[in-house]
Design a protein around this ligand. Structure first.
Ligand code: AMP
Length: 132
């Protein structure tokens, strides 16, 4: 069965796309911890990040680094944090979160509410900074 993220890759459900290459896809988290909270996924559906084969894992991490640099340029913050949780969606993904303190990566904290227009604007600003 296709995961929700596979449906996003196939364009069957919408996403605020940030970047893409042949094997990886990045889009804004719909329920963000901070403005610019981005998810990076392999197009191939594998449940758990650490179960990816070595080549796909390295490819994804190299792609995530490029996305993180673009997020960092587009969204003012001290660092871009990388986190792996994977309790909700059974499709490997990396969270990239602009942070100014440790507490900004507390997944129990209240999420930021953004309008569709704000999501569009944030995705566009990251896309502009992204280069393969
Ligand atoms: P986890 O599996 O615990 O790492 O969390 C899954 C993440 O995916 C959460 O932060 C959700 O807000 C996010 N998420 C779930 N569905 C979507 C979607 N359709 N578009 C964007 N982000 C999503």
């Amino acid at each position: 069965m296709d995961s929700i993220f596979t449906k996003i890759v196939k364009g069957e459900i919408p996403s605020y796309k940030v970047a893409e290459n042949e094997t990886c896809y990045a889009f804004l988290d719909i329920n963000p911890l901070a403005k610019g909270h981005t998810l990076v996924i392999p197009k191939k559906q594998v449940d758990y990040l650490f179960d990816l084969d070595e080549e796909s894992y390295v490819e994804l991490q190299l792609f995530a680094r490029k996305v993180a640099k673009a997020v960092g340029k587009a969204i003012p913050s001290i660092r871009v944090a990388e986190a792996v949780i994977g309790l909700d969606v059974p499709h490997a993904h990396i969270h990239l979160i602009p942070i100014n303190s440790e507490s900004d990566v507390d997944f129990r904290k209240e999420r930021v509410k953004l309008t569709p227009e704000e999501f569009v604007q944030i995705a566009e600003s990251i896309r502009k900074e992204f280069s393969l």
